[in-house]
Ligand binder design. Structure first.
Ligand SMILES: [Zn+2]
Length: 256
């Protein structure tokens, strides 16, 4: 039952994220005006705005001009729903879950915006610090254990400084948006444990590095064509949050 509710919540949030992904990089309001067909300006009726179902019902076409509606809209709604369900499966129903659900939804928007326009807008990243810190603090208050909370703050600072140094030492490799995102991901990873933080951070560079090499080998990108790094940071963090501690323990066992 909880998972069904989580899935529905994810679909609804995913629908809103489609608006965020389109409008925030363009500096437009996410509340007004209501959603409309970008081609003919047709205002969507409530029944045309139901996540996934409306797109299927309309067979991927605007009800007035019949121009195609991109499949990425229902895909983003589905991916958000899956992300929210996975977070609830991972953390149960706790205060911390609120922070991780918020972060997962923000992450979907950031991946798409970074792929679209190679930016990670402050308007989306900065409030995430507040939400994640508040949720983790509430979690610590509820059980009186503050160890994970202080570790989260330290991890956020460590990953922020690490990316800041990378930005200073290798300018052009990434942007300051990546540095600010690193701080939030560091918080979320280190709350789970140092192993999660290490695997999450390493995973980003491993995945991003492999992808860059593949692009270079297939000559689809020059050395300087600036691949957005945000999606790899988020993919690494997702792995770190899901299984980082287990991977880290096995790695230490291998060393010993
Ligand atoms: Zn239309």
């Amino acid at each position: 039952m909880t998972l069904v509710l989580a899935g529905i919540l994810g679909l609804v949030v995913g629908s809103f994220l489609n608006v965020v992904i389109w409008r925030v990089p363009r500096g437009e309001s996410v509340v007004k005006p209501p959603s409309a067909c970008p081609r003919c300006g047709h205002r969507l009726h409530a029944w045309e705005n139901i996540p996934v179902l409306s797109w299927l019902w309309l067979r991927g076409k605007c009800s007035r001009c019949r121009k195609p509606i991109a499949a990425r809209y229902p895909v983003i709604e589905l991916v958000t729903a899956i992300a929210v369900v996975l977070v609830v499966l991972r953390f149960g129903v706790t205060w911390a879950t609120l922070g991780y659900v918020y972060l997962a939804c923000v992450a979907v928007a950031l991946v798409m915006i970074d792929l679209d326009v190679k930016r990670l807008p402050d308007k989306i990243v900065m409030p995430t610090y507040l939400v994640v810190i508040a949720a983790l603090f509430a979690e610590s208050l509820s059980d009186g254990q503050f160890g994970s909370f202080w570790r989260a703050l330290a991890g956020g600072a460590i990953l922020f400084v690490f990316y800041f140094l990378a930005l200073v030492l290798y300018p052009g490799g990434m942007g300051f948006g990546d540095v600010k995102l690193a701080g939030v991901l560091g918080l979320a990873l280190a709350w789970i444990g140092w192993g999660a933080l290490a695997i999450g951070a390493f995973g980003a560079f491993l995945l991003g590095g492999v992808y860059s090499i593949v692009l270079l080998l297939t000559r689809r990108a020059g050395r300087k064509s600036g691949i957005p790094f945000g999606p790899w940071m988020i993919a690494g963090a997702a792995i770190g949050i899901a299984v980082g501690e287990q991977i880290w323990d096995q790695y230490l066992a291998l060393l010993a």
